[in-house]
Design a binder for this molecule. Structure first.
Ligand code: NAP
Length: 311
């Protein structure tokens, strides 16, 4: 019987692991198939407190793993396939094992949203990408487009200017959602170009990306923009499918938590992007991970008869 199982090994899960391990709960982190989560796709985190010169996402992830392990967290490379939260203690199945636990922290994060247009799936890895840090290098002196108008699209677009000869942002409206600081940098960068009021219809190419068909929403005109790469940054979808029908979610399938990171089931907590429709920052993921672990510790102590103030 475990005290706490943390599902997910990104910023939220590992921060929860550090706190739970320091509270002597010997947490298990089920890291899933792609550990590290969104920060490992981020080239440089410039707004994570404590790193005045920034830190790479991967470096932060590695440090967090090391820190969690140092205090006794057990990080396991297994993905959850099934859960039973209807009885206590809770049961969690992976392909390899079955676990029984007193409390759970869900920190499964989110995955990039897809355009779901013809050519996208077929050309993933052949010009279609969701990660500038991973794939930008392959587009040295080439033309790329970025789809989206939020912080990610502009941040990653700016990163791509290090390699590409031009970066064209295709956005469905006539103004960006990205913050003013990023907008200024983008508008000042001679390699950045913008196509407004346009939706994507098809990614064109057989062996590799050759272009993207877009439609101008104001004129209804369809055109093909020639490009070597299409980088898609149009938000994220929470990884919550295994919890459907069991844990309460909003209409975007984001887990609903209270102020103590607790879900609708006492003893099941959630942290990070999987429960955050608003902030979605590395620091807020770390913060909610810590909160969930503190509450899980109280929950376990309460089960064991300890009176906790305020519980
Ligand atoms: P986001 O803020 O939700 O922006 C998504 C963008 O994609 C929006 O511009 C949206 O258009 C567009 N979009 C959505 N669905 C689309 C579709 N089907 N087709 C075409 N365009 C579509 O997502 P994000 O940029 O990934 O940012 C997520 C969170 O991370 C935010 O809270 C952001 O602040 C944070 N973040 C921060 C930084 C930073 O601080 N440097 C960097 C990256 C991310 P509309 O504008 O028309 O809705």
């Amino acid at each position: 019987m475990e005290n706490v199982i943390i599902i997910g090994g990104g910023t939220a899960g590992l921060s929860a692991a550090v706190y739970a391990a320091r509270a002597q709960l010997s947490p298990i982190v089920l890291k899933g198939d792609t550990p590290g989560g969104q920060i490992t796709l981020t080239d440089a985190l410039e707004n994570y407190p404590g790193f005045p010169d920034g830190i790479s996402g991967f470096e932060l992830f590695q440090s967090l793993e090391k820190q969690a392990e140092r205090f006794g967290a057990k990080l396991i490379h297994e993905a959850v396939t099934d859960i039973n939260f209807s009885d206590h203690p809770f049961k969690i199945k992976t392909r390899e094992n079955e676990y029984t636990t007193k409390s759970v922290i869900i920190a499964t994060g989110s995955d990039p949203r897809k355009l779901n247009i013809p050519g996208e799936k077929e050309l993933i890895g052949r010009g279609v990408s969701y990660c500038a840090t991973c794939d930008g290098f392959f587009f040295r002196d080439k033309k790329v487009v970025v789809v989206g108008g939020g912080d990610s699209a502009i941040d990653e677009g700016l990163f791509l200017t290090r390699f590409a000869s031009s970066v064209t942002v295709i956005h469905r409206r006539d103004r960006l959602r990205a913050n003013q600081h990023l907008q200024k940098r983008a508008f000042d960068n001679p390699k950045m170009h913008f196509i407004w009021d346009s939706v994507t219809e098809e990614i064109v190419g057989t062996e590799k990306v050759e272009g993207i068909r877009i439609k101008n929403l104001k004129t209804d005109e369809s055109t093909v923009v020639e490009t070597d790469g299409v980088f898609v940054f149009i938000g994220h979808i929470p990884n919550t499918s295994v919890f459907q029908g069991i844990i309460k979610m909003d209409d975007q399938n984001i887990i609903i938590t209270d102020k103590k990171q607790q879900t609708n089931i006492p003893g099941i907590f959630a942290a990070g992007d999987v429960q955050d429709p608003i902030y979605r920052q590395a620091i807020t993921s770390a913060g909610t991970g810590a909160m969930a672990a503190i509450e899980a510790e109280k929950f376990v102590a309460h089960l064991e008869g300890d009176a906790y103030p305020g519980n």
